[in-house]
Design a protein around this ligand. Sequence first.
Ligand code: KMH
Ligand code: ZN
Length: 276
Amino acid sequence: MEKLIITVAGVGAETTREAQPNLPVTPREIGEDAARCAEAGASIYHLHVRDPEGRPTQAKEVFAAAIEEIRKRTDIIIQTSTGGAMGMTADERLQPLELNPEMASLTTGTANFGEDVFFNDARLIREFYQRMLARGVRPEFEIFEVGQIDNALRVVKEFGPPGPLMHWDFVLGVPGSMSGEPRNLVFLVDRLPEGSTWTCTGIGRWHMPVTMTALALGGNVRLGFEDNIFYTKGVKAESNAQLVARVARIAREWGRECATPEEARQILRLGKYAGE
Ligand code: KMH
Ligand code: ZN
């Protein structure tokens, strides 16, 4: 089996320090968090940033500061968010792409998100995808609902492929969208075209069920305080790295080592590996 790629969604836009006191918020804290996660076995950091008051922002300058702090410490793959926070405009959300990150998230459809609606209509998807293609930024298609796979394939057909392969992330267990039952993940993976790689994340209590299903299917895993703040029921995790270490340990027990960031670049055929 291919090495395991662990993505850390360590910050998010909705998680607060009140809910998770160990949430990294400042650029320096985010840099230190990413380094500890890489040490524990992670190879991608899905990046959101916060303003000095701890509120979500998509400001390019704050992303640049966080990326600088990460890069001082680790060569982990940085995947900037274009989802941002609920209610942000498309222009706001697009800002971090100007920094030409290696990867960026791209949700290919509107989804119910708790009491809110995460808005991504066809126009927005087309615009975000074209911007990523123009800058050579590899999208990670964020899938909350099955039809979003078809929406992604539609823009790939219209504007061309995003690189040598398509990378997907199934986000399961958001209240209002698909749950993290094993049969849902099997169903989604079964729909991917040839030349795909995939990861998945279980929100809240779905973290471990989705993780274990992904390992059984030979897929990859995303985790972190954006998606889940607990280690076990009622016990908050000490750090994102603690969550990484547990999954790395379980995978190793199954004979599956974690990919280093460079090995992950090779598996995903990013950058210099794109032509191989
Ligand atoms: N904060 C959510 C509304 C992404 O990063 O691309 C959307 C989100 C997805 O976090
Ligand atoms: Zn995100």
